[in-house]
Design a protein around this ligand. Structure first.
Ligand code: 6PG
Length: 245
C-alpha cells in the first residue's frame, strides 16, 4: 500500500483535483456510495466547489451518503464543527437529509466521548450491514483526510492509545493536541483504511515542515493512515518539501 503524491499549483487547483477524484469514485460505484469527509480548513474550497452547478449537476445525490472522520464537542452550528462546515458549504443545499451522517457530539455528553463514539459506530455498522470489516468490501468509497502541524490526522494524535485500537470502529478522544482543546470523537485507523481511496489534501507553506518529516518516514499518525486500496496525497507547491520532485 504505497502512497502516491500528486503535486498541484495552489489551493484552487487542489480543490479542483480533489473534486474530480470525488466524481470519479462516485462514477465507479453504481450502487450506494459512502464518502467520509474531514474537518479542518483544508477541504473548505472543495466543499464549496461541489455546491457549484458544474459539480452539483454531476453528482447523483440520492445514492451518495456522507460521513465524517472525526468531530469536536462543539455545538452543531459552531464554525469549528466539522460536519457543520460541510453542511453549510454544500450538504444542506445538495444532499437529502437522510444521507448526511454526523457524529452526534452536539447532543452527546462531552464528559463521555466514548458514548458518542459508540453511537456512531452503531450507525456505521448498520450502514455497512456487518460487524466486521471485510477487506474485499470496503466501508467507504472515498475517505478525505488532512494533516495537522504535529502529524495528526482525523483526531488521531501522536502517542494517543486510539492509534492502536483494533476492536472498536470509533473512539472517544478526551484531550486534543491542538486547538480547539475540546474532547473529540474519531474513526480509528482500521476504519478509515476500509476504503477504495484515501485522499489527503495538503496546501500552504505552514504545512511544509510537517510534510518534510512525514515524507522522511517519521512514525506519525498521518503516516500510519493508509487505505487498503489507494492512498493519494494532493499537495500544492507551497506545501511540497523542496527536495521532493
Ligand atoms: C480535525 C481534522 C484534522 C484536520 C487537520 C488539518 O477535526 O481537526 O479532521 O485532522 O484535518 O488538523 O487541519 P487544517 O485543514 O485546518 O489544516
Amino acid at each position: 500500500e504505497q502512497r502516491r503524491v500528486i503535486g498541484v499549483a495552489d489551493a484552487a487547483a487542489l480543490a479542483m483535483a480533489a473534486a474530480e477524484r470525488v466524481l470519479a469514485r462516485i462514477a465507479e460505484n453504481s450502487g450506494r456510495v459512502a464518502i467520509c469527509l474531514t474537518g479542518g480548513s483544508s477541504p473548505k474550497q472543495l466543499y464549496q466547489l461541489l455546491a457549484t452547478e458544474t459539480y452539483r449537476s454531476r453528482i447523483p445525490w440520492q445514492r451518495v451518503h456522507w460521513f465524517i472522520g472525526d468531530e469536536r464537542f462543539v455545538p452543531a452550528d459552531d464554525p469549528l464543527n466539522n460536519m457543520g462546515l460541510a453542511r453549510a458549504a454544500f450538504l444542506d443545499q445538495c444532499a437529502p437529509a437522510a444521507n448526511i451522517h454526523p457524529i452526534p457530539t452536539a447532543t452527546a455528553d462531552p464528559a463521555d466521548p466514548d458514548r458518542a463514539a459508540s453511537l456512531y459506530e452503531e450507525e456505521l455498522r448498520s450502514f455497512y450491514r456487518a460487524d466486521t470489516l471485510d477487506r474485499a468490501r470496503p466501508l467507504f468509497d472515498l475517505v478525505l483526510m488532512g494533516v495537522g502541524p504535529d502529524g495528526h490526522t482525523a483526531s488521531l494524535f501522536p502517542g494517543d492509545p486510539a492509534l492502536d485500537e483494533t476492536a472498536r470502529w470509533v473512539v472517544g478522544v478526551p484531550r486534543a493536541n491542538v486547538e480547539p482543546f475540546v474532547p473529540r470523537v474519531t474513526l480509528t485507523l482500521l476504519t478509515l483504511a476500509s476504503c477504495r481511496e484515501m485522499l489527503f489534501e495538503v496546501a500552504g507553506w505552514p504545512k511544509r515542515a510537517i510534510l518534510t518529516r512525514l515524507f522522511a518516514g517519521e512514525n506519525l499518525p498521518a503516516n500510519r493512515a493508509r487505505s487498503t486500496g489507494e492512498t493519494i496525497w494532493l499537495v500544492d507547491r507551497e506545501a511540497l518539501p523542496e527536495d521532493f520532485g
